[in-house]
Write a protein that binds this ligand. Structure first.
Ligand code: ASP
Length: 440
């Protein structure tokens, strides 16, 4: 029997009074669901507006001295219709007035945006009859805007120590001087993870509008299979390459604390979703690959230099050029007297000429530097690949049958992923070829 579950509900799960009702029945199904982290109400239908976007818009208009009453009226209407639809008693109209006045009085962007979660949390606490905890009292940011992890853990665990069912709005906390500060967009996922760690939850449930992760992007592969279990490490690899359901930073607190995250669908509450855990055992039933993800738009900086292999420190000098220009690299396959550095083309663009000139200077007359663009990188990820002979052979045979030229190969020593670089024009065909080879 699970003892304590922390639940986070995304914006689409809280977009209307009907969605609020679904949330309550999900909580009623499992009484150990004792903590709830709401996002701000999201889109009810495609083309609808997210409350957070409207709040940023009101703030921008107010700071430019433009009227924003019409935009604020849309926000007011969203909350009032939820409150009226659920017959709530809380004085939400008064709170909305305070927010409107705050925006007009020149409050900062973070304060304005955070009111989406704040108001949603007030409504939810009223609806459920649960305690409301303002995260400005428990989530601490340092003056440089980074989370103060240790203080947050200490404060949150103290504030939640009594085990009482509590609503903690997502997305924001406060600087040490009390000023409200937000995470980056989608940051309620991080709040949920911090609360889960603070109460030492058995599981952190992240409720959204999809039933977990898919093995590949459905815009590329037709009806890809669902991923029922994945490790944090695998997910890190996949999300870095573009698979997005969860905020990247939401994984670290729960991963380190050994708390699994379960991605669930508010509209299909009985679907088990995807379970993300630290050490999913290497059972026989684990499929060879867990998922495939990729990105277009990389460039390869190729550097050749006679006797590079025996020159101590050359690689460091090349990477120092990138570091000094503020460009991070993704991969670095090397040959005997050559090295390639793969970087994001957009990030490279403003520094391109400078980087070439500086590396050319390092190489001198004994080599060359060139950049080629339009590279896609595709990661095939899976703990099932470890010690499993023939996975790479299958992957490359599938690509060769599809007549795809491999421009780059990289496999980390963890054997958790095989990374291939192909022409941008082969991006979708590569993902399909790999998917159908392993999944059918
Ligand atoms: N409401 C915020 C956003 O739209 C935070 C969140 O939903 O997690 O980004």
């Amino acid at each position: 029997m699970l003892e304590c579950i922390v639940t986070k509900f995304g914006g689409s799960s809280l977009a209307s009074d009907e969605q609020f009702r679904k949330v309550r029945s999900i909580l009623e199904l499992e009484p150990t669901r004792r903590y709830l982290i709401p996002s701000a109400p999201g889109k009810r239908f495609s083309g609808d507006e997210k409350v957070t976007d409207l709040l940023y818009l009101c703030h921008r208009k107010a700071s430019e001295g433009q009227p924003f009453a019409e935009d604020f009226a849309k926000i007011r209407e969203r909350y009032m219709s939820i409150a009226n639809g659920l017959h709530l008693k809380a004085d939400i109209a008064g709170k909305l007035d305070e927010v409107e006045q705050g925006i007009a009085s020149g409050k900062g962007a973070d304060w304005c945006a955070s009111r989406g979660e704040y108001l949603c949390g007030l409504l939810m606490a009223d609806y459920l009859g649960w305690r409301f905890l303002d995260p400005a009292d428990g989530i601490v940011f340092r003056a440089d805007g980074m989370l103060d992890d240790a203080q947050t853990q200490e404060k949150l665990s103290m504030l939640l120590a009594d085990g009482e069912s509590t609503v903690v709005p997502g997305f924001y906390g406060a600087l040490e001087n009390g000023e409200v500060h937000t995470f980056s967009r989608g940051g309620s996922d991080i709040t949920g993870a911090l609360v889960a760690r603070a109460v030492n939850a058995d599981v952190y449930e992240n409720w959204t509008d999809v039933s977990g992760f898919l093995m590949a992007d459905p815009r590329i592969v037709e009806s890809p299979a669902e991923i029922s279990s994945i490790t944090y490490q695998e997910l890190r690899e996949l999300s870095h390459m573009g698979a997005s359901v969860l905020h990247e930073d939401a994984m670290f607190p729960v991963h380190r604390a050994g708390i699994p995250t379960n991605i669930r669908n508010t509209n299909k509450p009985y679907h088990p979703g995807t379970m993300i855990s630290r050490n999913a055992p290497h059972e026989a039933s684990v499929p060879t690959i867990t998922g495939i993800a990729g990105h277009r738009g990389y460039s390869v900086i190729s550097v050749e230099k006679n006797m590079m292999n025996s020159e101590v420190g050359f690689g460091r000098k090349v990477l120092a050029v990138l570091e000094e220009e503020g460009v991070c690299f993704e991969h670095m396959p090397t040959g005997i007297d050559s090295m390639c550095v793969v970087v994001n083309s957009e990030m490279l663009a403003p520094h391109r000429d400078q980087i070439i000139a500086r590396i050319e200077k390092l190489v001198g007359n004994s080599g060359s530097v060139s950049i080629s663009d339009n590279l896609s990188i595709i990661a095939t990820v899976g703990r099932g690949m470890v010690h499993n002979c023939g996975t790479a052979a299958r992957l490359f045979s599938a690509m060769s049958r599809a007549r795809i030229n491999v421009r780059m190969i990289d496999q980390g020593s963890s054997e958790l992923s095989i990374i291939v670089g192909v022409n941008d024009s082969d991006f979708e065909a590569t993902i399909n070829a790999i998917y159908h080879e392993f999944v059918g």
